[in-house]
Design a protein around this ligand. Structure first.
Ligand code: BES
Ligand code: MN
Ligand code: ZN
Length: 507
């Protein structure tokens, strides 16, 4: 599916050649004398339609309109969130309705860029269907979506960003949704190689021997119970001068998390195929980089393996030696994400990065804390935290900063190693982040816990592709950002948050 952006108002929309035309009308709607305005005004008068969010009216070949099918969509205050939900609902209902070309006419707004972003993201999200393991696939029939707004020139850069992100989100969803017998560590390595070839990236995929030679004892311990060989993926995107410090993205790539010897209960264990959501988001972000080509350098690191019980599996009580040299007592083999990430964080040091962001479906506790709305954000650096937060708001892929006070790390103490891999149940998302912080060496670091946001359960079960939107927007923001001096060591309390218009709306 591809997108096109043009300047188009409700008057011009009547002449738009397409199979379906979505006309979004907000509460400020003033009817003109054009055919679509007349229909809307007439229907509003007769209580057949309303500009309130969720209200819709369908018409077939209305007089004076070129499109066969017209949907009027109420979008209330016209905020990005309202536009997103109006477009999402309509596109989902039209996915397999024989529509190839669709046009979406946005209401005139003071912020076309954000409206366009919402429309692109919603249309892409709603038209996606996972078909690769269906014997009789019914893919989306929509080929082209024209987005019409008041001034296309003003919204162009937002449009490009949203379009690039949508391609990355789609790849992340596709990889996340693959069953765990297909999305093996080996397959993730192959996907990275394929991506590198088409996108012009450098890519190295290390196997068990190389990882052993490096000394990633913690990562290897998690992988040792499985027959599937581990992979350590290194992707490099060069958009700036070779000397420019890269942003490093580290993605948790557990392609199936049974819990290992500390085995999980059976209900919903299938959802642990999504435990490579961090890895998928790194690959998705690189897909977007291939499209958008920002002038920055980015490195992607993915430790990928399965976490399974077996006669060779690691077990509670084992002490492993990480790449950093720190020894770790494994008290729970189900806290495996941090054990593979810690070695990747140490490895990241060699790139002398300007920032490292790790992305992981790390803790059930984060799902309890923040649900499926916001990802958990942890950072020792206020500036980095703020940049990631703002990127999340703009991309409609929000996160929320959590604390990192040293007191939270107390429970990780043990008599038998430098650190234990779990603390008690309280503040589980924070103690996991405190564990990672010990391995985030001398660089600016942030951790995104996406356990609640990377996939949906229930009837709509499937990968969301989050936080690719946030990551792509953050990287684009770094293209303009001054190369600021690190502000590490800043007190762990969250910075006072400005309750911006966008922030309030996104809640
Ligand atoms: N992949 C899970 C985290 C998870 C659990 C994500 C449920 C989404 C839903 C992770 O590896 C895990 O098992 N974490 C444990 C940590 C605990 C043993 C300290 C958890 O959250 O229960
Ligand atoms: Mn686990
Ligand atoms: Zn896990």
């Amino acid at each position: 599916m591809d997108f096109e952006l043009k300047t188009l108002g409700v008057e011009g929309a009547a002449n738009e050649r397409c199979d379906a035309l979505l006309v979004l009308l907000d509460e400020g709607f003033k009817a003109g004398t054009d055919p679509l305005s007349k229909i809307a005004a007439d229907a509003i008068k007769a209580k057949g339609f309303d500009t309130k969010p969720g209200k819709t009216l369908q018409a077939w070949r209305p007089p004076g309109v070129t499109a066969a099918r017209v949907l009027l969509l109420g979008c209330g205050d016209g905020s990005p969130r309202r536009i997103h939900s109006a477009v999402h609902g309509a596109v989902a209902s039209l996915r397999t309705a024989g529509i190839r070309r669709m046009a979406i006419c946005l209401p005139p707004s003071s912020d076309d860029g954000r409206a366009v972003r919402a429309a692109v993201a919603a249309a892409a999200e709603a038209s996606y269907v996972f078909v690769s393991t269906k014997s009789k696939p019914e893919p989306s029939e929509i080929e082209k979506v024209v987005i019409g707004c008041a001034d296309a020139a003003l919204a162009r850069s937002d449009f490009q960003a949203a379009r690039g992100a949508a391609l990355g989100i789609e790849l992340a969803r596709e990889l996340g949704n693959l069953p765990p017998n297909r999305a093996t560590p080996t397959r993730l390595g192959e996907e990275a190689k394929r991506l590198a070839k088409t996108g012009g990236f450098q890519c190295e995929v290390l196997g068990p021997k190389e990882v052993a030679r490096l000394g990633m004892g913690s990562f290897m311990a998690v992988a040792q119970g499985s027959e599937e060989p581990l992979r350590f993926i290194v992707l490099k995107y060069h958009g700036a001068a070779a000397g420019e410090a890269p942003v490093v993205l580290v993605g948790k790539g557990i392609t199936f998390d049974s819990g290992g010897i500390s085995i999980k209960p059976a209900p919903e264990m299938d959802e642990m195929k999504f435990d490579m959501g961090g890895a998928a988001s790194v690959l998705g972000t690189f897909r977007a980089l291939a499209e958008l080509k920002p002038r920055i350098n980015v490195v992607g690191l993915i430790p990928a393996c399965e976490n399974l019980p077996s006669g060779r599996a690691f077990k509670p009580g084992d002490v492993v030696t990480s790449l950093s040299g720190q020894t770790i007592e494994v008290l729970n083999t189900d806290a495996e994400g941090r054990l593979i990430l810690c070695d990747a964080l140490t490895y990241a040091e060699r790139f002398k990065p300007r920032a490292v962001v790790d992305i992981a479906t790390l803790t059930g506790a984060c799902v309890i804390a923040l649900g499926a709305v916001r990802s958990g954000l942890f950072s020792t650096d206020d500036e980095l935290a703020e940049a990631l937060s703002q990127a999340g708001e703009l991309a409609l892929d929000p996160c929320w900063r959590m604390p990192l006070d040293d007191e939270y790390g107390e429970g990780l103490k043990t008599n038998f190693a430098d650190v234990a891999n779990v603390a008690g149940r309280p503040a589980g998302a924070v103690t996991a982040a405190k564990f990672l912080q010990r391995f985030a060496g001398s660089y600016r670091w942030a951790h995104l816990d996406i356990a609640g946001t990377a996939w949906k359960g229930g009837a709509a079960k499937g990968s969301t592709g989050r936080p690719v939107g946030l990551l792509v927007q953050y990287l684009l923001s770094q293209e303009q950002a001054p190369r600021s001096v690190s502000r590490r060591g800043a007190k762990a309390e969250p910075a006072p948050r400005k309750r911006t218009r966008a922030g309030v709306r996104a809640q």
